[in-house]
Structure formats: C-alpha cells, structure tokens
Design a protein around this ligand. Sequence first.
Ligand SMILES: *Cc1c(COP(=O)(O)O)cnc(C)c1O
Length: 392
Amino acid sequence: MANKTKISFRTQCIHTGNGIDKETGAIRRPLTMANSYRLPEDSSTLDWSDPNQLVYTRNTSANQTYLQEKLAALEGGEDCVVLSTGVAALAGVFFTFLDKDSHIICSNVSYVAVYRLLNEYFPDKYGVETTLIDTGNLDDIKKALRPNTKIIHIETPGNPTTRISDIAEIGKIAQSIGALLTVDSTFASPFLQKPLELGADLIIHSLTKYINGHGDAMGGAVIGRKELIDQIKRQAMVNLGGAISPFNAWLIMRGVVTLPLRMKQHSESAMKVAQFLEGHPSVDFVAYPGLESHPQHEIAKKQMSMYSGVLSFGLKGDVDTHNQFVNSLELIVPAVSIGHDESLIVYTGPNDERNHFYPDEFKNGHLRFSIGLEEADDIIADLKQALERCGL
Ligand SMILES: *Cc1c(COP(=O)(O)O)cnc(C)c1O
C-alpha cells in the first residue's frame, strides 16, 4: 500500500487500514467474527491483558485494529482505541485519567452522558472534583484551574447548543499546568477539524454519527499519543469491557470511506437550511456555527474548514406549537442521533435537566436538527409545508 504519510485525507479514507487478505487474495480485509485467537505455542509468558495482541475479542479484534489504523491516520495521531460506543470512549477517558484527588474542567453544555458522569457519578462515587463552565470563555477556564486539574474537556461544536470552544487557546491553558486537553470532535469529524494539530492531547469520536454515517452501527474512538491510548486500552477496554463488535467495526470501516463526500454535502445543505430558517419570520433563533450571527462564528472559521450538518433552532410558539411542527414533517424523521444519511429532528422541551446552563434563547425548548444527505431543496420544502400547516 502507498506510504500513509504521503497520501491525502480522501485517499486515506479509502485505503488506510485495508489490505489484501493473505488467505484468499480478496482486496478487502475480511470480517472476522471470532471471540478467540489461537494461542502461541508457549503461552506461559503471555500478557493476558495485552490490548495489542489478538487473544480474545474483548482485548482487541482484527476488525477493530484495522479501524484503529484508519482513524489514527485520519486524525494525524500516533494511536487509536475503538470501543463499543461514543459514551464508552468518553467514560473510558475519564476513568483512566481521573482519580479521587483530581479535578476536571468541562463544558457545562455537552453530551448528556458526559454531564451525568461529571456532574453526578464521578464526584459522588469517587470524589473527583468537577467544574462545569462555559468553555467558550477563556477567562472562566483560567479562573477555574486548580493545582490538581488533570483534564480540560471540551466538545466543539457542542451538543445541542453548537457552542464553539477555541481548541488552540484552551490547549495552551491546559499545557501551562500539565493537564490533558480532551476534545469531543464528533460534530466535526476528522474531515472538518484537526484538534491534535491545534494542541489537543486526545480526540474522542462517537463513530455512531458522521464517521459511520449510515445510522446502522454504534462505536466510539479515542485518538492520541500511544502512551495515553495504551492506558485507556488496558484500563477501560480490557477491564471495563466496552469492546466493539467486529461486525460494527467492519460497518464503520465501510462507512468512513465516503466521509469527505458526505461532510461536504452535510455542510453545504446545513448552511442553506440555516439561512432559510434564519430568514423565516416565525423562527425565533437559529444556532449554527456557519452563520455570522453565531456568537463564536469567528473561532469556528479559524478551526473548522466547513461547519458540519447540525443546527438547533426554536419557533415563535409554545411546546404544543413545536410538537405540532415536528409531527407535520413528512420527510425529516423525528428521532435522536445525528450524522445519519436521513435528516433527523428532536424537540427537547424546557424541562431538560441542563436547561439552566443553556443560552437564554434555548430556555423555552429547542429543536436539534441533523441535516441529512437528501436534496437540500427537499428538506427546505418539508420545513416550509410543516410551518404552513402550523399556521406559522
Ligand atoms: C452521540 C454523541 C456522543 C455519544 O455517542 P454514542 O455513540 O451514542 O455513545 C458523544 N458525544 C457527542 C457530541 C455525541 O453527539
């Protein structure tokens, strides 16, 4: 295969991690659905928890290693660990690098499981000190630093507010006190943003979203220096048990091949949809990093090449209006998740447990909208007819 360091991102999406199957000559590496691998003749000295040796599929599997090779290359990282879900990857990072004497700073608006892990479980069960703040504000981060701060965790763009945090500037702050900067880059995917180049230590992805891209397999990944990834593999994969199924790794490996094409289309369509919504008199607000009205648009422009396919918005109306709107949609599907081929929309009402952390315009509830790969004009036509049906 061509020298990995010389080929472009698009070419890596296709070739890296693939190879000729030695047994059959097939030009694709096969799906290996096996729990166990033949032991060496002398197993007396085997390291039974070695996460880089094929022994048992909870410790690593063939298809998992191919996907790890591809994702490490796409993010420009030394190594990668692939796990069963994005949350397994996030929890794995926190479990590995936090202990009872440590402190973590995290964005107060983040994926909901991260919020629960850091607001509740880690502090209550293990005494980890946590500070949840607006990581869009660098001064607030500096003020929150403590001598025992081990991690600054950001999600950018953030779910569901699309808040952008400045990776390069926060990287400098983390480095100044020897803390790790961990970045959940799920909304951007490796195609739109390169956190390691900007100073992050670890990147986390929910592979369930854009990287797989087809809404039919779950997975998570962490990418960074080998020395850090090895610790996560040993602690969080082998011993917490969040291994990915080889079949899901195989599906995600196939999905990622078209990542650049999909991300361009998602981003272009989302921009059109965001502009349509922003210009509609019954739309109360639109949060999309590509719009000049977005509070961190300039930072997004600096660190992303396009703005991805997720936006949040609100209508001028109450809970019933929002529900009626969602139920009037004919093409766009009311379902959770993002980054699928089909457009997905979720209405979250004002009783969201994190409502007090949201920007004011989100406080009456919001619609999170993942713009799919359908023709943008069809998506806009569906929004229009649903708005009209609601008398908006
Ligand atoms: C979906 C999501 C996750 C969780 O990923 P799962 O694969 O569902 O566990 C984490 N972070 C972000 C930003 C997400 O959108």
